[in-house]
Design a protein around this ligand. Structure first.
Ligand code: DHB
Ligand code: FE
Length: 280
């Protein structure tokens, strides 16, 4: 039986990817950010997961505004790094798991989540930057990845509660998969940031730290956060934190916090990172 053994939350700032790709990880500005991910790189070496279900959002890189799926599941054999305007990141191709993805699609649709099935999908910084942070510079990614892209670019975005329910349904679907896989689930994006308008540059460490504090075992509060509250408290792009709620819900009732990192700022964003273990 497949098991979800850990959940990981992480910011996915594109400038972190650029710093990584251009050898700037030891620059004074970037060093503390990359140091915050040393713990998880060691953790991954020990855990050696088979597959990551990677909940992220596309930033109108691969999914332009002509088609905006609410929940898009990557079912392809492989996913190329997207060209976001500066050429594709020089990172390996992302290998999928079409058999597990097909199982998730079937179980989630039976569970009333009407997914969009992506048989072709280029993956942007929302997916590739956390892979670099978690695995470093590699010839091949050491895991297969099933991308799950959530719409946060165009209103109406799915609610926190709906994302929670999706995470719980993913847990059920993984549990009914017969192969003995070590599966992780990640939620990327956030934490507080706003890239546009009069409040551009907004960062709210109180909101972010309360979110991290509650993520383990006070999740009822987080499930009730409205779109308006995310906008007001965490800026227009803070809504990316709904991906973390899918991740958290997939871990079940109780979790243990194994690691946490919070750093302000990287580019325009509060960088947050957490590693959770389900307690069964
Ligand atoms: C930034 C952060 C993001 O999460 C993103 O998707 C794009 C830009 C930033 O801080 O610049
Ligand atoms: Fe983003």
């Amino acid at each position: 039986m497949a098991r979800i053994t850990a959940g990981i939350g992480s910011s996915h700032v594109p400038a972190i990817g650029a710093a990584f790709d251009h050898g700037k990880t030891q620059d004074p500005y970037w060093k503390p950010v990359f140091e915050g991910y040393e713990w998880v790189k060691e953790f991954q070496r020990k855990e050696d997961p088979d597959v990551v279900i990677l909940c992220y959002n596309d930033h109108a890189s691969a999914l332009m505004l002509d088609v905006v799926p609410t929940f898009a599941l990557g079912c392809a054999e492989e996913f190329a790094p997207a060209d976001e305007g500066w050429g594709a990141r020089p990172v390996p191709m992302v290998m999928g798991d079409p058999v597990l993805a097909g199982h998730l699609a079937e179980q989630l649709v039976i569970d009333n989540f009407d997914l969009t099935l992506m048989n072709h999908l280029d993956v942007d910084h929302g997916l590739t930057v956390p892979l670099s942070l978690m695995f470093g510079k590699v010839e091949q990614w050491p895991v297969r990845v099933i991308p799950l892209a959530i719409n946060v670019t165009q209103f109406p975005t799915p609610s926190a509660e709906r994302c929670w329910q999706l995470g719980a349904a993913i847990a059920d679907a993984v549990q009914s998969y017969p192969a003995g896989l070590n599966v992780q689930i990640w939620g990327t994006g956030g934490m507080s940031h706003q890239l546009q308008g009069p409040r551009a540059g907004l960062i709210n460490p109180e909101f972010d730290n309360a979110f991290l504090d509650k993520l383990s075992n006070q999740t009822d509060d987080l499930r009730k956060i409205s779109r308006l509250e995310f906008l007001r408290e965490s800026g227009s792009e803070g809504i990316e934190l709904i991906m973390w709620l899918i991740m958290r819900a997939a871990l079940g009732d109780k979790v243990e916090e194994l690691h946490r990192f919070y750093h302000v700022p990287a580019s325009n964003t509060a960088v947050g990172h957490i590693v959770l273990r389900p307690v069964r």
